[in-house]
Design a protein around this ligand. Structure first.
Ligand code: IFM
Length: 481
């Protein structure tokens, strides 16, 4: 049974409306009790202190928040195409407007500053900066990211840019997308342009977000863009995504830009549901698909033993993986971005069962200990690479008074703290998500934000979790519940 937390919500969420000019210090009203400058709040007895400089952050992605889908020369992505097809998303929702972040960027920057964020992880819309996916850059699109990054730096927030969060330019999808080997090079060329364009200000780069999700939902079940249901194509697309990661890391080194780069992988600790040998064997097989198939190439430069040989004899993946590819994928990264939501429990028959409470997103089984297990396992099996958590959070139907999200975050921060105590080099924790946003096939029905975004007016309003998170950041730690 999960521990329930009693919460004292001191601050009442404030409504924040309108755009503020980008003047440092022109923050919107907060409702925060004033503190004397320089006075650091302290943790109470039994509190958990995080290391100095710990990068408390929040995450978003371009298609989920930006909107302005057809403005300033942006080209369409597969998600524009897909979400406009009848029946693809709940209620026919699209990202046309999303959280309108494109137009409200300064308001959002002020909200981030007010939270005290140390780091903000966003993604660049490939087709906004390069409408055809290749060739000419769109200056107006690029300007948006300059405004965003400048606004972050002005506010003392470190930008962390993801180069691909699922929004493949439609022009490239028309040429075969990730099923084409060329797509890996197209991505690396785009990445190189971003390193040259923004790399004097952005020093932390993430190549791909959750390639596993692209493969499983975009190419296997087809419930995400581009909506394919083809296992053979899915495996090939997965390889080309990984190749794209490796080529982008190489391109980064080639530019001579200073900074760090790595991939953002969604990983799930896998457990046998009981002590039987059958369950242990099945769990090991599931672990390969959930974790090792992504971690081994990126961190060890090889697919797990037997993974390729275990593919059907005539499967196209067998020829898609060429000599030298694993070494390219394994190009030394500087960090690994970990996205943790749920564990997987496996039966002796290879089935999956849920053992803990879930959330509105029924796949999200709440198991904070899984985060500890995952982080310590990465250190044990892959070495001491710096880690940062780039996604963790939950949706809830509780609107402003989202006490369940606070309990969720508290438990996961506690697990992260335990991992740090165990020697894991965890450098930051980015909550998913800063804003309520477009949750892909679920449209706007699931609200994952610390900040409420009104579905009609897009007015922002801080939730209780935002107020709570601000205190965590200010104290660089968590007080006991
Ligand atoms: O909203 C998504 C995000 O785009 C990728 N990781 C999981 C989140 C919640 O489903």
């Amino acid at each position: 049974m999960r521990r329930r937390h009693v919460l004292t919500l001191a601050a009442v969420s404030a409504v924040v409306s309108g755009c503020s000019p980008d003047k440092p210090g022109a923050s919107t009203s907060t409702g925060t009790p004033a503190r004397t400058a320089g006075e650091a709040p302290t943790l109470g007895p039994g509190g958990l202190a995080f290391p100095k400089g710990f990068a408390w952050g929040a995450s978003t992605s371009a298609y989920q928040v930006e909107g302005a889908a057809a403005e300033d020369g942006r080209g369409p992505s597969v998600w524009d195409t897909f979400s406009h097809q009848p029946g693809r998303t709940l209620g026919g929702d699209t990202g046309d407007v999303a959280a309108d972040h494109y137009h409200r960027v300064y308001e959002d920057l002020d909200l981030m500053k007010d939270l005290g964020l140390k780091s903000y992880r966003f993604s660049i819309s490939w087709s906004r900066v390069m409408p055809q996916g290749q060739g000419a850059l769109n200056a107006k699109g690029l300007d948006f990211y300059h405004r965003l990054v400048d606004g972050l730096l002005t506010r003392g927030i470190t930008p962390m840019a993801t180069l691909f969060h699922w929004d493949t330019p439609q022009a490239l999808q028309d040429k075969g997308g990730w099923e084409q080997r060329d797509c890996a090079q197209w991505f690396a060329d785009y990445a190189q342009q971003m390193f040259y364009s923004l790399g004097d200000k952005v020093t932390t780069w993430l190549t791909l977000n959750e390639p596993k999700t692209v493969v499983s939902l975009g190419y296997t079940t087809g419930i995400h863009a581009p909506g394919k249901k083809d296992r053979r194509a899915a495996t090939v697309a997965g390889h080309h995504l990984l190749l794209a990661h490796g080529l982008a890391v190489k391109a980064f080194r080639g530019t001579g830009r200073k900074g760090t780069i790595g991939a953002a992988l969604n990983l799930s600790p896998v457990y046998p549901v009981d002590g039987s040998a059958g369950a242990a064997k099945q769990a090991a097989a599931v672990d390969v698909e959930e974790n090792r198939r992504w971690l081994d190439p990126v961190l060890l430069g090889k697919y797990p033993d037997g993974w390729l040989a275990g593919q059907p004899t005539n499967a196209p993946i067998r020829t898609a993986v060429r000599d030298g590819d694993p070494a390219i994928i394994g190009e030394k990264a500087d960090l690994l971005a970990v996205q943790y939501y749920n564990p997987v429990f496996v039966t002796a028959q290879g089935g999956r069962v849920t053992k803990h409470p879930t959330t509105q997103a029924t796949w999200l089984e709440i198991y904070p200990d899984g985060l500890y297990d995952l982080l310590t396992r990465i250190k044990r099996d892959y070495g001491d690479i710096p880690l940062t958590i780039t996604e963790n959070g939950m949706p809830t139907t509780n609107d402003i008074k989202d006490d369940d999200r606070i309990a969720f975050l508290r438990d996961h921060f506690t697990a992260a703290h335990k991992a740090i105590q165990a020697g894991v080099r965890l450098q930051g924790f980015h909550v998913w998500s800063l804003l309520d946003n477009f949750e892909w096939a679920e449209g706007y029905s699931q609200r994952w934000g610390l900040i409420r975004v009104d579905p009609e007016t897009r007015e922002r309003r801080r939730k209780a979790s935002a107020e709570w998170y601000r205190t965590v950041i200010a104290k660089n730690g968590i007080d006991p519940a």
